[in-house]
Design a protein around this ligand. Structure first.
Ligand code: TA6
Length: 297
């Protein structure tokens, strides 16, 4: 059985390997487990809420229509941090492909969190597609502006928590030469390090990263994750480290920051402005690759 649906979630199993699975919580359409040959690839807090009481701490939360907390837009500024997609229950639309098993979820004003659509009363339709390959996981989003008259202004980001055995042995590569905004220092600079390493809280937005840059998470010289992006020019890299982890009630174990790094592809440096009736598509694909060092300054 390649697709199993329960009240709360959908589980895909690859037809060629019963130990390759992905589990999606209908709340937030949040991928919260992805196993390749029985090895978990994502990090999820042991205190993550999976009951719909708050966004999942880990996996691949979906950020829409706003990244972070907006202070200026009339409606977006009323939404909580990272918007309403990750704290709404999406509709399971069914399986669209057998091999690789592929399913879709939908969200619109008719089923999004009503407390939040009241604050952001826009016409929109989201379709998330999740494809479980034998050697990859692809998540794709289609945003449609279903208004006949108004533009739709939004950010999109896959807030992906990737697992690592030890953050202090881990680096993120192929962002050299990119313009970065450090959210902690509120400073913009050009990244000159050949690789990102982690020894304190890290929270940076890498802007306009060319699509041919496949970002890699590397440990002991071996890439443990490779990220391919389509139509997602920005990438956020985040690790909360000790103090920030201690301040998040749903972040457990408190040492969990040692076993995760968020590499988050999105369009967050500015807003997408979608004309009435138009569609916008983007995707991330996570897979395994050889070490491919793209240090072009
Ligand atoms: O993606 C990085 C970030 O914006 C950080 O600043 C941090 O706030 C993180 O997201 C987690 O946000 P959350 O709302 O899930 O606690």
């Amino acid at each position: 059985m390649t697709v199993k649906e329960t009240d709360q979630e959908v589980i895909l199993t690859h037809p060629k390997d019963a130990n390759t699975t992905v589990t999606i919580l209908k709340y937030g359409a949040t991928v919260y487990s992805w196993k390749m040959a029985n090895k978990e690839q994502l990090w999820v807090s042991t205190a993550a809420k999976l009951d719909g009481s708050k966004p999942v701490r880990g996996g691949i939360p979906l950020v829409f229509p706003v990244f972070g907390k907006n202070a200026t837009d009339e409606h977006l500024s009323k939404l909580p941090q990272h918007g309403l997609a990750r704290n709404s229950t999406w509709e399971f639309l069914g399986q669209v492909k057998n091999d690789p098993p592929t399913v879709q979820f939908g969200l619109g004003p008719e089923n999004a969190n009503p407390e939040l659509t009241k604050l952001w009363p826009m016409d929109f339709s989201l379709i998330l597609t999740v494809e479980l390959g034998i050697d990859h996981l692809k998540t794709a989003i289609e945003v449609q502006n279903t208004s006949n008259s108004n533009e739709l202004k939004f950010n999109w980001l896959f807030h992906t928590y990737l697992r690592t055995e030890d953050i202090e042995d881990t680096m993120v590569t192929n962002l050299t030469g990119m313009t970065a905004y450090d959210q902690l220092l509120a400073e913009t600079y050009v990244e000159r390090h050949p690789a990102l390493t982690f020894s304190e809280e890290f929270d940076r937005i890498y802007k306009k990263v060319p699509e041919n840059r496949n970002i890699q998470v590397v440990r002991h010289g071996q890439p443990i994750h490779t990220l391919k992006r389509e139509n997602l020019p920005d990438t956020v890299v985040w690790n909360p480290w000790i103090k920030k982890s201690a301040g998040m009630a749903d972040f457990e174990p408190k040492s969990g920051f040692k076993n995760m790094v968020c590499v988050e592809p999105g369009h967050v440096n500015d807003f997408i402005i979608l004309p009435p009736g138009e569609k916008w598509n983007a995707s991330q694909t996570l897979y395994k690759d050889d070490l491919k060092f793209q240090a072009i300054m």
